[in-house]
Design a protein around this ligand. Sequence first.
Ligand code: NAG
Ligand code: NAG
Ligand code: NAG
Ligand code: NAG
Ligand code: NAG
Ligand code: NAG
Length: 737
Amino acid sequence: MGFVSCLGSAPSMAIYCHFLLLSLLLVPPALSQVSEFVSIDCGGTTNHTDSRTGLQWVSDSNLMRTGNSVSIQNPDGNLEQYKRRRDFPIDSNKKYCYNLATRERRRYLIRATFQYGNLGNQDAYPKFDLYLDATKWSTVTITDASRVYVNEMIIRAPSGSVDVCICCASTGSPFISTLELRPFNLSMYATDFEGDFFLKVAARVNFGAPTKDAMRYPDDPYDRIWDSDLVKRQNFLVGEARGTIRINTTKDIWVGTREYPPVKVMQTAVVGTEGTLSYRLNLEDFPANARAYAYFAEIEELGDYETRKFKLTQPYFPDYSNAVVNIVENGNGSYSLYEPSYMNVSLDFVLSFAFAKTRDSTRGPLLNALEISKYLQIAAKTDDQDVTVLNAFRSLSPGSPWANEGGDPCIPTHWEWVTCGKTSPPRITKISLSGKNLKGEIPPEIYHIRELEELWLDGNSFTGSIPDISNLVNLRIMHLESNKLTGSLPKYLASLPNLHELYIQNNSLTGTIPPTLLTGKVIINYEHNPGLHKEAKKKMHFKLVLGISIGILAALLLLLLGSLVYLLHHRRKNTIQKTNEPGSSFRASAKPSTAYSVSRGWHLTEDGISYYISLSKIEEATKNFSKKIGRGSFGTVYYGQMEDGKEVAVKIMADSCTNLNQQFVTEVALLSRIHHRNLVPLIGYCEEQNQRILIYEYMHNGTLRDHIHGLLIKNHADLFPLPSLCGYQLLCRLKIQ
Ligand SMILES: *[C@@H]1O[C@H](CO)[C@@H](O)[C@H](O)[C@H]1NC(C)=O
Ligand SMILES: *[C@@H]1O[C@H](CO)[C@@H](O)[C@H](O)[C@H]1NC(C)=O
Ligand SMILES: *[C@@H]1O[C@H](CO)[C@@H](O)[C@H](O)[C@H]1NC(C)=O
Ligand SMILES: *[C@@H]1O[C@H](CO)[C@@H](O)[C@H](O)[C@H]1NC(C)=O
Ligand SMILES: *[C@@H]1O[C@H](CO)[C@@H](O)[C@H](O)[C@H]1NC(C)=O
Ligand SMILES: *[C@@H]1O[C@H](CO)[C@@H](O)[C@H](O)[C@H]1NC(C)=O
């Protein structure tokens, strides 16, 4: 059964269709291969059967709604499928794609053909690009209106369907005449490289052909096109050696069980009666590495003492050229196919090839057929996860043109509503679906589109809450205004490191706005959300708190500078000391009395040492947090006593910010090195089981200082996800220096 799905890429018209081409049951068994063929008559207005071949052609009118059907004068062979072509708009930003259903990992021949017909009143012949998925297949350059330009690709299907796309016209309007899909059953075209390379067919020639007509279905059950060597065109099989004759036989040829050339192709050949057989032909898009197969079958009756032995003399490949071809001996006797498998050879744009007989051979070289394909590197398609997200959006509006642009979202041209990064595989960096009348919830899949920088969903009717986008660390701009979104504003928005513009006005959001979103770092518009408000208390004190904390931070800076100077001085002294006492270790020079439990990479500094103190040690010291000595908005403070009797105040940070990071830890470390009469020395720190605990020296009369310090720490914690406030930044900078 042939199954075709299609996506028209017209923005103006939407199509999305699947249809069964033929049912296996209706086709006589002899033609069963045909049932798997897909033959699309592009621009054709009716379905029709080719009476000579029995091939069933379907019009693409249900597959492609963009472009016009244009009738052609002098169609090739007066064939129905060449009577009309499909012309696409001249828009270099658009691609027009046919989606062909495939079975993953099965091998196929895909063929696109182009016959332009007469130039008519167009002023230039078309020139445009052909793509298979994201891989550039060919540039189609029409120079002869009557010629049928054939592009063939042999692939192992990378997925459940492939896209054949036409795009990027540089002159004229792009068009297509036919599109054909022919499955293979066997392994003839298996290569070591098929996971990474398609095989772009460069030449397939039937030597000694009876007429100029190409040999194809039904002679070839796989409908390959075997060009006749009688065809005359520029740079195609020129420079034939003297004494070349054409031979044929009516005897059956054993062609083996793989997809070897059909018997009819093998029944004819050319022979270089003067000892050499040579030709020259141009190979489009070469030089390249190629799979170049020569097919031989002895179809002359050789006398008892006659031999036919020859070598490939040109091009010269050491591995191949030194081997003597003796068809009867190498193969399976006369009238039997032999093929030496030139699996990977490097060929030039102008291929001159020659076979020459060996001295002891009585007959000249013989050649029945040739097939040369270029290894074409498969280009990466847009990241799978990103495509999943885009598909979730498309499914919200299955009928709209924007949801039915075919092919890959990014290559060769990107869909109208997305922008792509330049990476390989491409990633989506922007989604613009403003005012598309979208309903329902914003697809939760959005969580996975990690490289997204801009999200424009404003002016739709999205309902539900804002989905989890905590993963979108690259998000800079988000427009969700004028929807019907409900629920609260997620706290983590404040910690998205690149978020710079947030528009959520005119929705039905509720709750409080995380205060860090209101510090000026993010351009935020949240009007017309009746249930959404700022944090009332904090707002009142905010300026005061900010003022105090800036003041304290400024003081801290001075102190820090001072202590840095001191530190440098002290360290120099220490180094001198150390060099003087060879046996002394680093640990010995630190103050052991303050070391409780070092379980992490923690800085040891000569003054104001903070240590990582394990939660169990803290539980021990505070007797499981039994004595509460204070409480502030920053958290609860407990009394404790360390192993060595040192009295401590233990603060459990009541901070909703759950993504603890090392940066904060380092900041605390920095604070701990600062001594000031208004500050209680920080002696330890713990971060376990989502708990963040600070351990201070206990001060019996420390209420005031404790208060100020608590305020500082509290603000510090609040500022933590927002590294733009001046104090914080300065601290960071100083730390780095
Ligand atoms: C051609 O055949 C297909 C199914 O095989 C059908 O869906 C389509 O409508 C037909 N087109 C025309 C123009 O009859
Ligand atoms: C390929 O396989 C299909 C069934 O899978 C069969 O119908 C068809 O005849 C085969 N083709 C050839 C050329 O053997
Ligand atoms: C086959 O070869 C004979 C000569 O051996 C020739 O007369 C005949 O025309 C050839 N037939 C074809 C179809 O080329
Ligand atoms: C072919 O051979 C060349 C050199 O021998 C190698 O670099 C290349 O990877 C091979 N395969 C293809 C598909 O080019
Ligand atoms: C050789 O050819 C004969 C038919 O001529 C065929 O039956 C046989 O399987 C072939 N043997 C091999 C090894 O290809
Ligand atoms: C608010 O959003 C609705 C759609 O949800 C829209 O029709 C309306 O124009 C918007 N109002 C303003 C003031 O933007």
